[in-house]
Design a protein around this ligand. Structure first.
Ligand SMILES: O=P(O)(O)OC[C@@]1(O)O[C@H](CO)[C@@H](O)[C@@H]1O
Ligand SMILES: [Mn+2]
Length: 449
């Protein structure tokens, strides 16, 4: 291991986080949180039994039983640290998953092969969500049932107060956005960026599905939260966008991509930021990237994306519904574009995107700025490894540089790079849980040179 502050040679990647490190956050996640998530998933299916019967008759109930037994088996495999087995379904990504298993087998050569507690945490955790998907997808007629939908909708409704506050603030801002000078515009940009950052506190896999909605007004305490932003590259983002706007010609549009994380309040905060970028003319197009299957409990799928806009539109509140109407309009005009790509729900970290999903990598290269939301995206950006905290972000990205990029992440897993020497030790001394409490955040930028 290199001394703190010394950059490791690029070839020497540190080991991945894993359940084999007893007492680590990965270990507790695999031991406690993942089985809890599986139990909740099974309960959800039980609770919907009558609904399945009403909709599909006996066939629906049979399918529910098969899905539950598949999930119980999965929970047992996990809890007894069984080997990770190949996927047996024929979904379009199954081959890639099985190739990845082979790759892990080769890596663990002689060490007993991949298993729940011995393999990289990122791999087995993603694998669990892929198997949950298989439990449903293989069992028509309930194959389109999203077991996490209820929780996502609940998070949205419980955050209603915060959503109203945010939509109202934003609609008021739009009224005089044309009159704002550059400094005022910058202030508003920084505010909405921070709302989107702290919106990432609201994820449901972290709390194993328990309530994590946004209760208080999201705009009130931003200033008090600044000390908790451990890497604060917000000004760099502003400069990048301002320069892009100034250099812009009619032919080249400024495109910002948001690689989404959670539905619920976080998604609304991302929509507001995206609308601000267009309304302030900092960008001409925003591309959103969601998940093509239910993922990490609260991640946004196409259904969640459209459902959220429809809910806002139909809301009994003038500014909420105005937001929903405008945003649907943006989609119709093609200045907002929704994408999903299978790669986002594979186990690979982003350093292998160019090889595994060259089409996606090429698409991201067209962007002026990529905003990666949330903790899982951060783990995939940095390979979910035991990095020294002072290793530069650029190095941890391990050649993933499709375009200038920025992570907006609240810390909910024990990996963090790009800190100043001594910074981690100082926080650690008073707050041992700083990396997993969700209390700290980063706005961490890489210019992709
Ligand atoms: O990506 P998100 O929604 O910010 O967080 C996902 C998360 O809660 O799930 C994993 C824990 O099981 C960690 O990656 C992280 O803490
Ligand atoms: Mn998430």
């Amino acid at each position: 291991m290199a001394a703190a502050g010394t950059a490791l040679p690029v070839t020497a990647l540190p080991v991945p986080l894993s359940g084999r490190f007893k007492g680590s956050f990965a270990y507790f996640t695999i031991k406690d949180r993942l089985p809890q998530i599986l139990t909740r998933t099974i309960d959800t299916l039980h609770r919907h039994k009558n609904e399945f019967f009403e909709e599909h008759g006996e066939k629906g109930v049979e399918a529910e039983k098969r899905a539950i037994s598949f999930l119980s088996k999965l929970r047992n495999e996990l809890q007894t640290d069984k080997p990770v087995t190949p996927l047996e379904d024929e979904l379009p990504d199954a081959t890639l998953w099985n190739q990845y298993l082979d790759y892990q087998r080769n890596l663990s050569n002689g060490n007993g092969g991949p298993s729940w507690f011995q393999s990289p945490w990122l791999y087995v955790e993603c694998y669990m969500y892929r198997r949950i998907h298989a439990a449903l997808a293989q069992n028509p007629p309930i194959d389109n049932f999203d077991v996490f939908k209820e929780g996502k909708a609940q998070n949205f409704f419980e955050s209603q107060g915060a959503i109203i506050a945010l939509c109202t603030y934003f609609q008021e801002l739009l009224k005089n956005i044309k009159d704002l000078d550059e400094k005022q515009l910058q202030e508003e940009f920084l505010k909405l960026l921070q709302v989107s950052l702290w919106g990432n506190k609201c994820d449901l896999s972290f709390s194993a599905g328990e309530d994590s909605s946004q209760k208080s007004s999201p705009l009130q305490c931003l200033e008090d939260m600044v000390p908790f932003v451990l890497v604060n590259d917000m000004e760099k983002l502003w400069s990048l966008l301002k320069n892009a706007k100034n250099r812009k010609t009619d032919k080249c549009k400024v495109r910002v991509d948001i690689i989404l994380d959670n539905a619920g309040f976080e998604l609304v905060s991302d929509f507001v930021l995206a609308d601000f970028l267009l309304s302030s003319k900092l960008a001409d197009e925003v591309h959103f990237h969601g998940k093509s299957i239910p993922w990490y409990v609260s991640d946004t799928t196409k259904n969640d994306f459209n459902w959220t806009i429809k809910q806002l539109q139909a809301a009994n509140h003038m500014w909420m519904s105005r937001c929903g109407i405008n945003w649907e309009g943006n989609l119709k005009k093609g200045i907002w574009v929704y994408h999903d790509h299978m790669f986002w729900t594979l186990p690979h970290d982003f350093s292998s995107m160019a090889e595994v999903a060259p089409d996606l990598y090429a698409d991201l290269q067209k962007s002026n700025l990529l905003l990666f939301k949330g903790d899982l995206n951060y783990r995939k950006l940095t390979g979910d490894r035991k990095w020294e905290h002072t290793v530069p972000f650029h190095q941890a990205l391990n050649k993933f540089h499709p375009a200038p990029l920025c992570s907006l992440r609240t810390l909910k897993s024990d990996t963090q790079v790009g800190l100043k020497p001594g910074q981690a030790e100082q926080i650690q001394a008073s707050e041992p849980e700083w990396m997993i409490s969700g209390k700290y955040g980063v706005v961490q930028f890489d210019p992709a040179l």
